[in-house]
Design a protein around this ligand. Structure first.
Ligand code: PEP
Length: 248
């Protein structure tokens, strides 16, 4: 695996304009030689200008979605190849906001994941239970089911990244206990090894949901947590730097 095993990934969601690229540059300047992977996923219109402003830096760039098809009549959508062309190395797929806002199913996510591999993008495939599912004791079943359906059989284990993001923890300030995070991450590791073999031991498993500089270190010390997917706290270089530092 030539991609980073430890990864601090920022998801800007539908936030940020060209002026926000100064935050990306500031982050890159704070980490000229990071010992972990550092990734920013801005809105699609900012990928190419971010690639320009980050030229020569170690900060990688990702998209927030791609289409399952390589090209064609899909107005408003973006192909995996177009993300690569703009300067992306990664793409977030199956984020709970895409699943909710755009009705993405596990099957759609699996098709998109395959498209990402074909284009040479590293997919960051997101899974996570709702609050009702957690309270109903269904969390591990839900995560196993989402992993089974959202990953194609032909997975490139050298580039695949998984993010566990409990829906109720995203943007809410609520975080599972460390035991709850460990339970899911250990189960995901076992599930991935059972399906893909020992090559799955090195797949980065990110936690996402209200990660901040103040809680990052304890989350990163948790079993089978290899990094984080960060929303709100990735928008400002000063905040995200605290999270990158905690991972290093
Ligand atoms: C996310 O967008 O994936 C996320 C985890 O958001 P936040 O860090 O804001 O909870």
């Amino acid at each position: 695996r030539d991609m980073a095993r430890k990864l601090a990934a920022g998801n800007w969601k539908m936030n940020g304009l060209r002026a926000s690229l100064a935050e990306a540059r500031a982050l890159a300047d704070m980490f000229p030689a990071p010992t972990v992977g550092v990734l920013l996923c801005p809105p699609a219109t900012l990928i190419a200008p971010m690639a320009d402003i980050l030229k020569g830096s170690k900060v990688r760039i990702g998209g927030q979605d791609c289409h399952a098809k390589p090209s064609g009549a899909h107005t408003g959508d973006i192909s995996a190849a177009a993300l690569v062309d703009a300067g992306a190395d990664y793409v977030i797929l199956g984020h709970s906001e895409r699943r909710a806002d755009h009705g993405e199913t596990d099957h759609t996510v699996a098709e998109k994941t395959l498209a990402a591999f074909m284009a040479g993008l590293a997919p960051v495939v997101c899974v996570g239970e709702t609050l009702a599912q957690r309270e109903g004791g269904e969390t591990l079943d839900v995560i196993r089911h989402q992993l089974a359906g959202s990953l194609p059989d032909a997975c490139d284990l050298d580039t695949l990244v998984i993010a566990y993001e409990p829906v109720w923890a995203i943007g809410t300030g609520k975080v599972p206990t460390l035991d709850q995070i460990a339970e899911v991450h250990n189960d995901m590791r076992a599930t991935l090894i059972a399906r893909f073999g020992t090559g799955a031991e090195a797949i980065p498993l990110l936690y996402g949901g209200s990660v901040k500089p103040s809680n990052a270190a304890e989350i990163f010390a948790t079993s089978n947590v290899d990094g984080a997917l960060v929303g709100g706290a990735s928008l400002k270089a000063a905040d995200f730097a605290g999270i990158v530092s905690a991972l290093q």
